[in-house]
Design a protein around this ligand. Structure first.
Ligand SMILES: Nc1ncnc2c1ncn2[C@@H]1O[C@H](COP(=O)(O)OP(=O)(O)OP(=O)(O)O)[C@@H](O)[C@H]1O
Ligand SMILES: [Mg+2]
Length: 254
């Protein structure tokens, strides 16, 4: 579904070029959920923006469903660390905002938007403005917004990082449930190893800038997945193995 070949990104800066991504080659299958872990500033967001078509690629290529990347993609849903909701719109209208931007007929999408909000527990909050919602609720709205136009790919850049620990754990379960219902191809950036293991089919580990992928670990737990997998010794073992890989990749690069 998604194929990256020798993808590089160099930013120009007054102090000279900054190589953010140094050559990433990865294949991601349709319906696969892949998390990316790596140290801060290693180029994860840059990679995601290139996948969304919002940042150009310096060298190498990205093809999605056989099509080379040329510009912003409509078939991708994006979720960022900040919910970026429009304060003057209700939760429902925020979810429907991409439909408006794409000039699609609103009436065809209202039922879907409502169903999405129900499924994340916001059935009673559809008419609320963002300021009347908690941080976790706002991020749920952002998740619904990313899915409203039935994208085939979901790109998520640390969507739960700004939340408190308890809300964050709750949101991982909301996403696990959304995934079981909507099954997209997903790329998820996080700094939480546990979150990555709970949610993913595969976890990629990136090195310090300029980034390359140093590990590609399959997560064996069956789907639909239950939160109880987190209590298994196998889960703990995979988390420990990934932590070791991340520590090693930081040392090697230092
Ligand atoms: N628009 C830009 N212009 C110049 N340099 C940039 C730009 N965007 C990012 N960079 C640089 O590229 C590198 C990678 O940044 P990026 O945001 O992709 O890292 P990241 O892995 O997402 O980090 P974090 O985990 O902190 O979010 C950094 O050194 C950053 O300073
Ligand atoms: Mg980032």
């Amino acid at each position: 579904m998604i194929s990256l070949r020798g993808v590089r990104k160099t930013y120009a800066s007054p102090a000279g070029p900054i190589e953010a991504v140094a050559g990433v080659s990865v294949d991601i299958a349709e319906g696969e959920f892949v998390s990316i872990l790596g140290p801060s500033g290693c180029g994860k967001s840059t990679l995601l923006m290139m996948l969304a078509g919002l940042e150009n690629i310096t060298a190498g290529s990205i093809t999605i469903a056989g099509q080379p990347m040329v510009g912003p993609r409509r078939d991708a849903g994006l979720v960022f660390q900040d919910a970026t909701l429009l304060p003057w719109l209700s939760a429902l209208d925020n979810v429907l905002f991409p439909i408006k931007m794409m000039r699609l007929p609103r009436e065809k999408y209202v039922a879907r938007a409502e169903e999405l909000l129900h499924s994340v527990g916001l059935g009673d909050f559809m008419e609320k403005r963002p300021r009347e919602l908690s941080g976790g609720m706002r991020q749920r709205v952002a998740l619904c917004r990313s899915l409203v136009h039935t994208p085939s790919i979901m790109l998520m850049d640390e969507p739960f990082s700004a939340l408190d620990a308890i809300t964050r754990d709750e949101m991982a379960l909301v996403l696990l449930d959304l995934w079981a219902r909507h099954r997209k191809t997903g790329i998820f950036i996080t700094h939480s190893i546990r979150e990555a293991v709970l949610l993913s089919d595969r976890v990629l580990v990136m090195t310090k800038r300029p980034a390359v992928v140093v590990a590609d670990v399959k997560i064996p737990f069956a789907r639909p997945r239950d939160e109880s997998v987190q209590d298994s010794p196998e889960f703990t073992a995979i988390v420990a193995r990934l932590r070791g890989m991340i520590e090693h990749s930081i040392k090697v690069a230092a």
